[in-house]
Write a protein of this length. Structure first.
Length: 119
């Protein structure tokens, strides 16, 4: 619950809420839980970036969705039971990326914005 409380703050402030959420995950004893909740944090931060109208937001969102998916994949590789939620979360990230053609890697987004600024 505390992790989700911190990620809910992403809508208004990504920092320090992101660091606070990570700090809650670090002491968890179960490595699978640590990885899973890190994925959730990245996913929620990506969704927060999606809603922001600032330079580089689409690139940051894309990169965070990819980080979340990588964390979910680690969970899938390490566990065989109770992974339905992990699969659904991975699929949600993939669907959002596929439905938003403006989501491109951060470095590529920066190149596009730089080029657009000088045209």
């Amino acid at each position: 619950m505390l992790i989700l409380a911190h990620t809910d703050k992403f809508k208004t402030e990504i920092n320090p809420a992101f660091g606070n959420a990570i700090n809650v995950v670090e002491p968890l004893q179960d490595g699978g839980s640590q990885i899973y909740y890190c994925g959730i944090i990245y996913e929620h931060r990506a969704k927060a970036h999606l809603g922001r109208n600032v330079p580089d937001a689409s690139g940051m969102a894309y990169d965070d969705f990819i980080k979340a998916m990588a964390e979910y994949e680690k969970v899938l590789e390490s566990q065989s039971e109770g992974i339905q939620d992990v699969i659904l979360r991975w699929n949600t990230c993939a669907r959002i990326i596929n439905e938003n053609p403006n989501l491109i890697p951060f470095e590529q987004a920066r190149e596009v914005e730089f080029t657009d600024a000088y045209e």
